[in-house]
Design a protein. Structure first.
Length: 76
């Protein structure tokens, strides 16, 4: 799937998952997907994560490589 195709699929999933909401401000494009791939977007908002899980058939955010920036690990 190309970046543009993934962006289109995510936008369609947003429309399907949130039918009674205007998701225009959530729309993504190929540049957003590129930044996601490069790690510039490490924790997309909950709606975008849900759409990505839907499109990519993932049960959890961790399956997509997302880790909450608020989560800390104890290294002691």
């Amino acid at each position: 799937m190309s970046r543009s195709e993934l962006a289109d699929a995510v936008n369609a999933a947003l429309d399907r998952l949130y039918p009674n909401r205007s998701c225009g401000n959530l729309d993504v494009d190929h540049r957003w997907v590129d930044k996601l791939e490069r790690g510039e977007h490490r924790w997309p908002n909950s709606e975008r994560r849900a759409a990505l899980r839907f499109v990519l058939s993932a049960a959890e955010d961790a399956e997509l490589g997302f880790r909450s920036p608020r989560r800390t690990t104890d290294t002691n």
